[in-house]
Design a protein around this ligand. Structure first.
Ligand SMILES: NC(=O)c1ccc[n+]([C@@H]2O[C@H](COP(=O)([O-])OP(=O)(O)OC[C@H]3O[C@@H](n4cnc5c(N)ncnc54)[C@H](OP(=O)(O)O)[C@@H]3O)[C@@H](O)[C@H]2O)c1
Length: 247
């Protein structure tokens, strides 16, 4: 029986992906910053472990407890929308710590066992924001574009060890807590950018016809993990699929 470890399982895509793999007879290590046992159906194939991707000790401990694993899903992530002038560099660093360096830390931690067994899959959850520029989303987009580059380079580096990497690109998912969590981290928007920001927030309220649902991401991650012939970049969600077709 195969084992997947997923980061950021307390809500949204991570929680749904954990549910999806559990329902398909995988062992699931659902990791969370603040572990909760009541979010997923009880199962002897489920383990909940504490893992904060920004804390190296937490990463090392979780991976050691979880070993051996067959697939790593880097899903944990945070958003941010503001004019660059309004974002202190410490906030930029904090976002990169979670979205990029956190993923690098978990990858570094699993590679020795993957290499030794000459098997393993790493799936990084990126975003369709990387497919075209969006106003006031520069820092978040930069973190996810770097994640795409990281994943594609690692594919070459790790191929000799039979380790695969894949990128899942979700579109806009208004049903998860992502927007709310991003807003909680955001500073006041400087006045010169306030009108543009208001327009963007107003557009978010008008739910478009095509959106991404958590189940779309779970399905895309499943494809990335279980199908060696899957493409490097897998769009997840109706909006993501449409955008990827034109990008
Ligand atoms: N929603 C969208 O529109 C959208 C679109 C494209 C891509 N994405 C990407 O998809 C991923 C999941 O997003 P979502 O929509 O499911 O958002 P979400 O509901 O806000 O979930 C984010 C998850 O990441 C976790 N997390 C944040 N910081 C962490 C840390 N330092 N260590 C470990 N876990 C941490 C959160 O845990 P806590 O509960 O502890 O905060 C939460 O479980 C993110 O990488 C996001 O960038 C989202």
């Amino acid at each position: 029986m195969k084992t997947v470890l997923i980061t950021g399982c307390s809500t949204g895509f991570g929680l749904e992906t954990a549910r999806y793999f559990l329902a398909r007879d995988w062992n699931v290590i659902a990791t969370m910053r603040n572990p909760r046992e009541d979010l997923l159906p009880p199962s002897d194939r489920l383990r909940i472990l504490q893992l904060d991707v920004t804390n190296e000790e937490s990463v090392a401990k979780a991976i050691a407890l979880a070993e051996p694993i067959d697939a790593l899903v880097n899903n944990a992530g945070v958003g941010m929308l503001n004019g660059l002038e309004g974002i202190p560099l410490d906030d930029v660093r904090a976002l990169f710590e979670t979205n990029l360096f956190g993923a690098m830390a978990t990858i570094q931690a699993v590679l020795p066992q993957f290499r030794e067994r000459k098997a393993g899959v790493i799936v990084n959850v990126s975003s369709t924001v990387t497919l075209r520029p969006l106003n006031l989303l520069q820092v978040y987009t930069a973190s996810k574009a770097a994640m795409n580059a990281l994943t594609e380079c690692l594919a070459l580096e790790l191929a000799p060890f039979n380790i695969r990497t894949r990128i899942v690109l979700p579109g806009m998912a208004p049903e998860t807590a992502f927007g709310q969590n991003a807003r909680a981290l955001m500073r006041e928007i400087p006045e010169p950018y306030a009108e543009a920001a208001q327009q963007i927030f107003a557009a978010f309220e008008q739910r478009p016809e095509k959106i991404t649902r958590a189940i779309d991401v779970a399905e895309a991650v499943w494809q990335a993990v279980t199908d060696p012939s899957s493409p490097m970049r897998i769009p997840a969600g109706a909006d993501a699929v449409a955008l990827a077709a034109t990008a």
